[in-house]
Design a protein. Structure first.
Length: 383
């Protein structure tokens, strides 16, 4: 008899056991050794499992000397399909207490005839869990516990460990353990030969758990950083076009909802390409970073500043009127005049702005500001 089966044998009666298994071979050994004493003593066993598992259980029982066919004729061995039984008491996707009691009670009436003791193995809860219906699985475990107050039986539930391999399953796993009187761990632990080896295994698992938690935390931090970078322009540290479009859409919707206007400003550095080609990309990047700092200085803390193209920038002036937009543009030019630009740089900017409240969509507001900026550029430099 395996260690896990010995545990199950020692605790039967009114107990509700659960096993977490990694291989079907370990499950077959545990379940067959769990119900074998009942069948040998003339008592009854009820199996509610998949067809593949029922076949393997019966094979193992036959190899152990049990006349399964005779036990079935005597209603001492009742094997049922887990899906079929579930269908008898599930209502609107949830286990119905009354139908459950009627369904399971009828089977137990057959098995317990002549005051026979009963051992039950079920994996309906595991099927619900694999269907991502965790709530119903937990509810069914509670129904089994409630039913134990009316009938005398020992119950073993089986869950494959793979059902708990996703993040966030720890709370439900703990709840399952709490719903059972004894937990049979998976084979790497259960098959260890003595208490010393099991203690060492627990220590290793604790260390691995701590290391895994640290790795999960590191990956979460990394994911957050990558998420932020997806919305940040790496050269200037401002928001990028993706971030700007999201903010623009949000502010446009708020403007319509609240009736308070906001303005979008487009800023394009004049003749930047010629300067970049003449002085090199390193100097051009320096100019872009300097201009980004000037934009931050001119904007309010509530405004949104982003680099939306090569040398084109966008600013969302939140909750303001057109006078505030002109005031911002004046502050920007003042901030630019105070910058220490590269010696060869003759930096100027063309600006355009548009009201969100007067625009029929976020894209229309940006297009209007962009058109106004290019109109000013043409008036200064020609086509």
């Amino acid at each position: 008899m395996s260690t896990s089966a010995a545990h199950a044998h020692a605790t039967c009666g009114h107990h509700h056991l659960v096993e977490f298994y990694e291989t079907d071979a370990f499950l077959v050994e545990t379940v067959s050794n769990f119900i074998l004493p009942a069948l040998r003593d003339g008592d009854a066993a009820i199996i509610v499992a998949t067809a593949a598992h029922r076949h393997e259980f019966e094979r193992a029982l036959g190899e152990a000397g049990v006349d399964v066919a005779r036990a079935a004729r005597e209603d001492r061995y009742i094997a049922l399909d887990a899906r079929d039984v579930l269908a008898r008491f599930m209502v609107d996707g949830h286990p119905d207490r009354t139908l459950f009691a009627e369904t399971v009670g009828a089977v137990m009436d057959r098995a317990s005839a002549g005051a026979r003791a009963m051992r039950v193995y079920g994996e309906m809860v595991a099927l619900l869990w694999d269907d991502d219906d965790v709530a119903s699985a937990l509810a069914l475990e509670d129904l089994w516990n409630d039913f134990a107050g009316e009938r005398a039986f020992a119950l073993l539930c089986g869950y494959p460990m793979r059902s708990f391999d996703h993040e966030g399953s720890d709370a439900a796993f703990k709840r399952i353990c709490e719903q059972h009187t004894q937990v049979i761990p998976s084979e790497p632990y259960s098959l260890l030969p003595d208490a010393t080896e099991r203690s060492r295994a627990i220590a290793r698992m604790q260390q691995e758990n701590v290391a895994l938690q640290a790795e999960v935390l590191r990956l979460r931090v990394q994911q957050e950083v990558l998420g932020e970078l997806a919305y940040v322009d790496s050269l200037t540290g401002l928001g990028n076009r993706r971030a700007f479009d999201l903010h623009l859409e949000r502010e446009w919707a708020l403007t319509l909802r609240d009736g308070i206007d906001s303005y979008v400003v487009v800023a394009d550095l004049d003749r930047f390409k010629q300067f970049n080609d003449a002085c090199g990309h390193a100097t051009g990047d320096q100019v872009l970073r300097q201009f980004a700092r000037a934009l931050r200085e001119a904007a309010r803390s509530t405004d949104i500043v982003a680099r939306i193209g090569g040398d084109e920038f966008g600013v969302l002036l939140v909750r303001c009127d057109e006078r505030a937009a002109h005031s911002f543009m004046a502050r920007l030019r003042e901030a630019m005049s105070e910058r220490a630009w590269p010696v060869a740089a003759q930096i100027d900017v063309s600006l355009g702005h548009a009201s969100l409240q007067e625009s029929t969509s976020p894209a229309k507001a940006l297009n209007r500001a962009d058109a106004a900026m290019y109109a000013r550029k043409r008036s200064r430099y020609g086509s």
